[in-house]
Write a protein that binds this ligand. Sequence first.
Ligand code: SF4
Length: 293
Amino acid sequence: MSRTSWTRASASGARRWIEAAPVSNSCALPSLAQPPTEADLKALPKLEERLRRRVGVCIHEFGLIADGDRILIGLSGGKDSWALLDLLESLRRRAPIRFELHGVTIDPGFPGYDPDRIAEVCEARAIPHQVLPAPIDLMVRRRPEVTPCAMCSRFRRGVLYSHAKANGYNKIALGHHLDDLIETLLLNQFFGGRLSTMPLKLTSDDGANTVIRPLGTCEERDLRQLAWLKGYPIVPCGCPLCGASVLESRRAQVKALVAQLQDSIPDLKFSMLKAMKNVKGSHLLDPRLAHLD
Ligand code: SF4
């Protein structure tokens, strides 16, 4: 498995990747549609190094990976999941500790979703991978009274956790990034009445599963750039609700707000990251936290 197998050797190589991965769905980012030029590709080594360093520091700071871990990576075929696999693979080869990486893709049955494409890429890179069928499309159609996205995430989580537990994986790595953490923090405040976000490491109550988010301190724009420069084979999710559900439109609203604020506060995201790591419990209104400072 060579490092260059992800990397576009040339702009014409880039075109071949794009042709192999249709970009007709809203999950596919418009910027990925144009192949990079040779001049664009010069930015890749520095970007990769920056992201690798960021993920490495995050793993170390939050104790995300330990010697002997068997890690299951959720691979949807989106840019973030490919970046997670690529960066963890690269760190694994350099790490002084030993850990295993296995890919898993949940097939929700949405028309047009192609999990076999993900399986092919994993096979070519010698990464163990499995597709788990989960009839989410059917369930969403049968129970229109239930909020589809809530049902979908619950179901995906259940399938993932059961598979990890049954097959001896002690960690599940997900591709959420800093923008996801910030948007979730704001969504929970604006619509949920609570101050919380996605944790970088969370062990289930029964201790059977630990979810880790090694990209949690990486900005989405860097991951988008990485996906574009390296030509990750983006697999559209095929969900008819993608971009159209209430949750998705709220998230889009919050994303636009953050982007607007960032125009006048360039350091906004990293300041928010710092804030999430520096909570003054006694200066909030939750009596359960009053004693924490
Ligand atoms: S938009 Fe579709 S794939 Fe995404 S969470 Fe909602 S139901 Fe699931």
